[in-house]
Ligand binder design. Structure first.
Ligand code: CU
Ligand code: ZN
Length: 367
């Protein structure tokens, strides 16, 4: 079939929306009609060419949601008509990581996915004779995509897909950091650095978990206001004195939980130092530039602070994304508040501009 898709042709240049060929699903694969896709920083980062592991041409996009159109041989957990959220972080439920109960980092298809191929080492995307590689195993800046069954979460069909798509990356990364990594307890104090989608997700997750106090740290007043609307109780602008300010707010001890969602290593250090002596836990959810390092004074660890990192918020996609979608339907997780703009696929480059100018939280492309 022919589909419209946004192709990264050349690093540092705008994406080119065009017709590309998509072949049907092979064994273990599923053809998904994409209905909506969020535009995430990682897409823009890859398009910029700064990421040394990037490749072109490829169809970008990894925050997708859609409807199953066809299934390949051996697919048992999905049927045509099912609503799904795409998972760049799959869950095979069989590898030693999936069965360990200790991590969400599935090993099943990692290698081929990183190279831009489906698990059998080939691609379903092409343009004439030329093969086009997949991106993050998802390639959802497109009217349709073919993905492995283990990389799709089945979600309730009553929920709007243009809202659930945020669960494919940003929202789950933040919410999961609070729920699955920190396991925030009722009454605890939480500080969130950065009020982009991941940080706002951490605020919403902490609120859902019953945190007593949630401090949002962000230089933008507009973004802090979004966080206050999601349950943050205090706000700080950040800067060099922010650790002292947090210590003052917490009787000199620091916060039970801190979340870093900016990707800046200097802010990560502040998040470690603002965690409480004795048991404070700092969760790093932001993605730093390749090669950057985080400075931690060992005394902070000796005196009981813990540092954890999480990819995709520690969420096991096929188990947890449907649960989060249900919480949205139950009115407990206001995912709709994360979305600031809707644009058609043809305007994907405008979505990058909005992100570049920090205008709004999330732009969702619709098809
Ligand atoms: Cu993302
Ligand atoms: Zn696995």
């Amino acid at each position: 079939m022919q589909i419209r898709a946004a192709v990264l042709e050349e690093f540092g240049k705008p994406l080119v929306v065009q017709d590309v060929g998509l072949e049907g699903p092979k064994a273990g694969e599923v053809l998904v009609r994409v209905q909506a896709c969020g535009v995430c920083h990682t897409d823009m980062y890859t398009a910029s060419g700064v990421d040394p592991t990037g490749y072109a041409p490829t169809v970008l996009g990894h925050e997708g949601a859609g409807i199953v159109e066809a299934i390949g041989e051996g697919v048992t957990s999905l049927r045509p008509g099912d609503h799904v959220v795409t998972l760049f972080s799959p869950q095979c439920r069989e590898c030693i990581h999936c069965t360990s109960g200790k991590t969400n980092i599935c090993l099943a298809i990692r290698e081929q996915q990183g190279l831009g191929y489906l698990p059998d080492g080939t691609t379903r995307l092409h343009r004439g004779e030329e093969r086009i590689r997949h991106f993050m195993g998802t390639s959802t800046f497109a009217e349709a995509t073919v993905m492995p069954e283990i990389a799709l979460a089945k979600v309730p069909s009553e929920a709007e897909l243009d809202i659930l798509c945020t669960l494919a990356c940003g929202a789950t990364t933040g919410i999961g950091a609070a729920l699955y990594i920190a396991k925030v307890e009722p009454g605890s104090t939480v500080v969130v650095f950065g009020a982009g989608l991941v940080g706002l997700g951490a605020v919403a997750g902490a609120k859902l978990a019953g945190a007593g106090r949630i401090v949002i740290v962000d230089p933008s007043e507009d973004r802090r206001r979004e966080a206050l609307g999601l349950g943050a109780t205090d706000e700080l602008a950040g800067g060099d004195s922010v650790v002292e300010e947090i210590l003052e707010m917490t009787d000199g001890f620091g916060s039970d939980y801190t979340f870093e969602a900016t990707g800046l290593v200097a802010v990560m250090r502040q998040a470690v130092e603002a965690a409480r002596m004795g048991w404070g836990q700092c969760v790093i959810a932001g993605v730093a530039g390749r090669g950057e390092t985080l400075d931690i004074i060992p005394r902070y660890l000796i005196t009981g602070r813990r540092v954890a990192g999480a990819s995709f918020g520690g969420a096991r996609g096929r188990d947890n994304v449907p649960e989060l979608a249900q919480l949205y339907l139950d009115g407990k997780l206001p995912l709709e508040k994360f979305i600031s703009h809707h644009l058609p696929l043809e305007q994907v480059n405008d979505a990058f501009d909005l992100m570049h100018h920090q205008d709004g939280i999330r732009t969702v492309l619709t098809f």
